[in-house]
Design a protein around this ligand. Structure first.
Ligand SMILES: [Zn+2]
Length: 513
């Protein structure tokens, strides 16, 4: 069996909200939050749909001022229900997104919000996203207890009263269904238009034009002391330069701005509950999220958002001043990466792929025996398909002429090898070996995979290779290899195109179609 993630060492994929089918047998692991075997049922928070008018992208200046409205809300519930309450509405400074592409046509993510003009019911803005609540909801704990998380959505500052409609994918259809609506009157005393006074040091790594015409990335650091700010600046430069040297970013460098905000902590390093290392760092990043040892997240949403709002940003990276392998990437929330691990560059590029592109993990846990699943729904992620219709699926236009579908590859020996690596990894982690021992295992795995791939007939082709998205059978990835599949640092063509599609939503300089 293959896979890096179950059980670990790369558990910080975006966990799927709605698992279409039961995977528990394949995924059993001491570290990995087990996935729900049944789809999440939305119960009492389901709302009736509002009939909205979609005129496409509206004229920005007619409905908005150049300012970012941040709606913080509390998102609570169990595996079976969820509830929302507005926390507060504040200004996050100038609007960093496009003023021309306001409607999100990509519709990625398990959640999707629309901002509607109250008077005419016209859709003014929309965006897909994923959330920590959504991930938490898929772990067993959510069957027994309530969870509550602070989250934010950001949109241009409306001139007139609007309604925010929040949708979530219906597990039966994968289509968005309204689960919450909130009225927002910008003139209300509950809306605070003042910008937050900031005192943090900011810096520019690359700036290629106005925020509203570029993809804006903010890099924050956690677990760096004041004395380590030089290290933070170096880490930020080094890791972002590495990412910008990969496709599709290298071709789009001029479309991307990268800025840093310094957030010194009183202590070096962050909280790691599994080995019993407890710390309070500036941004509250901690390993062990959802009891997954190497999943590093912060639940301190407002702190992070307040700091990030010091610069215009569309996407966020939090560098974690640790060597312990770890990170995370949540679509439209943030990326975390442990900077001193040997695989930091891989973690950064891979996790940012989840965060910016809504990309699925293309890996899966191999197992010796398993039951083939009956997958009836096409996943929403752009880089995996159930191949329900061979003549019409999301990357059909990119398939290399003459490539069979599904595309044959020597999956069996590859899976067998992966299974062995996984067993070794489990025992190493159990034995609490030093980080370099685990790193050496990953290196052996990397070389062996290279050797397997080098013998494959369709190694350069775009097709449909079985095994993707934690699923050994019935889900397909587009190419033999991709950074969403192994630690080889190269995006497949489908992932590259998906990332470009997202970037174009942020860089449009004229009226969108
Ligand atoms: Zn890919």
């Amino acid at each position: 069996m293959f896979n890096f993630t179950f059980p670990n060492p790369n558990p910080f994929h975006m966990k799927k909200l709605f698992l279409i089918t039961a995977l528990a047998g394949i995924m059993a692991s001491c570290n990995q939050p087990a996935k729900q075997q049944t789809a999440v049922v939305i119960t009492d928070s389901t709302k009736t749909e509002i009939n909205v008018v979609d005129k496409g992208n509206v004229a920005f200046g007619q409905y908005f001022i150049d300012k970012t409205m941040r709606l913080d809300f509390n998102h609570s519930g169990t595996s079976r229900e969820e509830h929302f309450a507005i926390d507060r509405i504040v200004s996050d400074g100038a609007w960093p997104g496009s003023k021309f592409v306001l409607i999100d046509k990509l519709e990625l993510g398990p959640y999707f919000f629309k901002v509607i003009d109250n008077a005419t019911k016209t859709v003014l803005f929309s965006r897909g996203f994923a959330s920590i609540f959504g991930e938490w909801q898929s772990i067993p704990e959510a069957d027994k207890t309530w969870g509550s998380f602070n989250e934010s959505i950001r949109f241009p500052w409306p001139l007139k009263p609007v309604t925010v409609i929040l949708g979530k994918r219906d597990p039966q259809t994968n289509k968005f269904k309204t689960i919450w609506t909130a009225d927002v009157d910008p003139a209300s005393r509950e809306v605070n238009p003042a910008d937050l006074p900031h005192a943090n040091v900011v810096d520019v790594i690359q700036e290629n034009g106005p925020a509203s015409e570029k993809v804006d990335i903010v890099i924050l650091g956690d677990g760096y002391t004041k004395a380590e700010m030089g290290k933070f600046r170096n880490d930020a430069k080094k890791l972002s330069a590495f990412m910008m040297d990969q496709e599709p970013y290298i071709s789009r460098k001029k479309d991307i701005n990268i800025r840093t905000v310094e957030t010194p902590s009183e202590v070096s390093g962050v909280c790691k509950p599994h080995p019993g290392v407890f710390k309070r760092s500036a941004l509250g990043v901690q390993y062990g999220a959802f009891d997954s040892e190497r999943y590093a997240l912060t639940f301190d949403n407002k702190t992070v958002r307040n700091v990030a709002s010091q610069v215009p940003y569309d996407f966020m990276i939090i560098l974690v001043n640790e060597r312990t392998y770890g990170g995370g990437g949540i679509y439209n929330l943030y990326t975390t990466v442990s900077v001193d691990n040997k695989y930091a560059e891989y973690i950064m590029v891979h996790e940012f792929g989840h965060h910016m592109g809504g990309l699925a993990d293309e890996y899966y846990t191999s197992s010796v025996s398993y039951e083939a699943q009956d997958i009836k729904l096409e996943p929403w992620e752009p880089n995996v398909t159930a191949l329900l219709d061979k003549n019409n699926f999301k990357w059909k236009d990119l398939v290399t002429p003459g490539t069979p579908l599904p595309t044959p590859w020597n999956k069996e020996p590859f899976d067998k090898f992966g299974y062995e690596v996984q067993k070794q990894r489990d025992s190493l982690r159990h034995a609490k070996v030093p980080e370099e021992v685990m790193e050496a295992l990953f290196m052996r795995q990397y070389r062996q995979e290279d050797e397997y791939f080098s013998k494959e007939k369709y190694k350069e082709s775009v097709g449909a290779f079985e095994g993707a998205d934690y699923t050994q059978k019935g889900l397909f990835r587009s190419q033999l290899d991709c950074i969403m599949f192994t630690r080889h640092i190269h995006f497949c063509k489908v992932c590259q195109r998906s990332l470009i599609n997202v970037m174009e939503q942020y860089t449009a300089k004229g009226p969108g179609k």
